[in-house]
Design a protein around this ligand. Structure first.
Ligand code: 13P
Ligand code: ZN
Length: 274
């Protein structure tokens, strides 16, 4: 006898299904890259745009859970979130078993899970929701937030020299022109903070004013983008630059890097922010 398929919020909702499929695709890349040990990293996507009336009327499948603070711009918003303690490699294959859809309640300080399973969202929800709250506040069309643990970039944060403002940005930009072009706002640095803390969340959004990707010292990076693929691509591009730097060092020399003039030329040609 054929096994009965479980009902899913994705059924007959191609736009929502596409967003979740993209999250699953990126989750697979994170695992393949070696950036996602065990449950390492998390993804949230603001899916409010593709939520219909039927979803708005869905009964919660969890308690109403406090967020610990108020996010004034998130009233009635919906997010697909990786579950806490869930593996990226599992999210890649079974997104709705390893993530869930949450609704932020009208008081902006609680959430409830509405589908498909009562999977508790990531422990970095404070940072993720702070990022989304910040993005909505400034009228951005960015919908995705990614946190991941890239080996090369995290290793570089163990050198205090690289933690000085824009030292890593300039070094990584100078390794290959693509990084200057496709990560044009560079890499912000956040001194070590307790994972999952509001302190980390606050520091993250402060840096987002100037950067699309921020480094959490000795932990990982967080990136935002219009969609999850874009956020991933920026981290991937920075990681490629880090690889080039480390490969040159492993060959026994300090890489020369493109010059300030060459980077300036790119900035003008591609109309990039300064
Ligand atoms: P979660 O499993 O709670 O998403 O945590 C992973 C992580 O990377 C924490 O920083
Ligand atoms: Zn982490």
């Amino acid at each position: 006898m054929k096994k009965k398929q479980m009902k899913s919020i994705l059924d007959n909702r191609p736009k929502l299904a596409k967003q979740v499929a993209e999250v699953a695709e990126v989750a697979g890349y994170l695992w393949q890259k070696g950036w996602a040990e065990r449950n390492g990293g998390n993804i949230t996507v603001n899916i409010t745009d593709v939520v219909d009336d039927e979803i708005r009327h869905l009964k919660p499948i969890s308690d109403c859970i406090s967020l610990g603070r108020t996010f004034p711009n998130l009233k009635g918003t919906y997010f697909f979130c990786k579950g806490t303690n869930k593996r990226m490699r599992d999210l890649a294959r079974w997104p709705m078993e390893n993530g869930s859809v949450i609704r932020i309640t009208d008081d902006c300080s609680h959430y409830e899970i509405i589908a498909d399973n009562p999977v508790k969202p990531t422990s970095e929800l404070a940072s993720h929701l702070s990022m989304h709250n910040y993005l909505i506040g400034k009228g951005s069309n960015y919908k995705a937030a990614l946190h991941t643990h890239p080996i090369d970039l995290v290793a570089m944060t163990h050198n205090p020299e690289f933690l000085k403002k824009d030292v890593l940005t300039n070094l990584l930009w100078s390794m290959i022109p693509e990084t200057r072009a496709f990560c044009p706002r560079g890499l912000g640095i956040i001194p070590y903070k307790m994972p999952s803390s509001f302190e980390l969340a606050d520091a993250t959004i402060k840096e987002l004013a100037d950067y699309d990707v921020v480094m959490w010292e000795k932990h990982g990076v967080s990136a935002v983008g219009e969609n999850i693929m874009e956020a991933f691509d920026m981290v991937d591009t920075l990681s490629k630059s880090a690889q080039i730097y480390l490969t040159a060092k492993a060959m026994g020399f300090e890489p020369e890097g493109t010059s300030q003039e060459q980077m300036k030329e790119l900035q003008v040609a591609f109309n990039l922010p300064g």
